[in-house]
Ligand binder design. Sequence first.
Ligand code: NAD
Ligand code: 6OD
Length: 491
Amino acid sequence: MQVKEKILKEVKPINCRHFIDGSYVDSINMKTFDNINPATEEVMGKVAEGGKEEVDLAVAAAKRALKGPWKDFTTQERSAVLRRIGDLILERLEELAALEAMDTGKPYQMALEVDIPRAAYNFHFFADYLTSMGTEAYQQDQTALHYSIRRPVGVVGMINPWNLPMLLLTWKLAPCLAAGNTAVMKPAEWTPMTATVLAEICKEAGVPDGVINLVHGFGPDSAGAAITEHPDVDAVTFTGETKTGTAIMKAAASTLKKLSYELGGKNPNIIFADSDLDEVIDTTLKSSFMNQGEVCLCGSRIYVQRPVYEAFLEKFVARTKELLVGDPFVEGTKVGAVISKEHYERVNGYIELAKEEGGTVLTGGDRPEGHEKGFYIKPTIITGLTRDSRCVREEIFGPVVTVLPFDSEEEVIEQANDTHYGLGTTIWTNDLRRAHRVAHQIEAGIIWVNTWYLRDLRTPFGGMKQSGIGREGGMHSFEFYSELSNITIKL
Ligand code: NAD
Ligand code: 6OD
């Protein structure tokens, strides 16, 4: 096994401090918590533990910065700063990928090829997009001219999850800055490192002090809650669990904040008998187990039409067994460690529950050999469950999928929609009419046909039902991060 030793020699985990008003600072009471490496279970470093006092300082800095030099940046100047941030991320690609892999337990190669390049692209994309934004104008006969102007919302609170830390934080920060806002960001407590480096990158790229602020800490009764409750935070963008979304909505209600939500999912992956099985399996391996199944869009409910059910299972199980599970820094690792001990126990709890519910574990369900330490779970395929089973209904957010057979199009549409989630769906078929027909009836914000996680950042991204509120991407992000005022001139 070839270990990526060079990168491990060059990049060491960092201690993480808050970044407020252009400087790294400790917590006022010097409180910290441990940062654990999920692949080794060792403490890698210390993280400043912020709370209300640090959030107050960060929000005050962000509020002041709205009136500082940032407000006078021209569109071209803001665009140039965003472009520079993207460039600097790419200059530090290997370092950031290594830190992301250490924090999350994901394969280094994935961070190198997906997470960090996409974080850079988020800035490059919005640097360009910004320069093409317009507003509306209407001439009302000879009576009046109406036109709208676009302004920043103000101070934006950003609460982030741990699964794609830098990809998702920058997916919020880039359009937020493009629209001229200031930000107070809270990374997930499990994954503080790349956000800490990003603060320095933003400063180096020319973002004025106070425009971006970072407070580390926990959610409830901690930094997260302090952001969502703060009267001077004008908008909150949140990505995380649906039940956390409920808590944030309650906290944000007292000052009626603008909210954007990207929440959980239990996404169907629907495979019709007329599809190309080899292509289906290549992609389904990714949509099931990429990032240890810790992607909100993973297709964890697989429905296979009965004529190809057995053939699909045979090939899918065989290919799953070939996936290399283990050390994120070993060449060829496809599945790393899940994020934490708590999550490891939670995912294993679902596998046990599946057995109690009458399910059969066709592969996985245990640890990879030779790994005494680390939160590793082998990719797990479960059959024999009914649609009412908790493992079929609840988001597991780990390397675990259930596979159920179906007979008709109507039946699978009904089952796919029988959930309070509505994030993503994949449909596999070579029948063009069926593809459109089924897609139109699926209750999800993101529907892929014969592919998965193929992204174009101009498209609306988000969930229906309890999977989200609002959409991100292109003009949809701009709608959230800006306020429109209409001006009417009587002619
Ligand atoms: P989580 O909801 O537990 O935590 C997300 C963030 O919210 C963390 O920073 C946490 O500290 C903070 N938080 C928790 N409670 C809070 C509170 N009461 N007030 C303020 N902040 C609070 O989610 P997670 O476990 O980090 O992420 C996994 C979940 O995120 C899954 O459900 C997954 O589907 C979802 N997710 C969705 C998307 C999407 O685009 N729809 C993307 C990634 C992850
Ligand atoms: O690709 C994206 O823009 C995005 N928001 C992905 C979210 C993945 C969830 O885990």
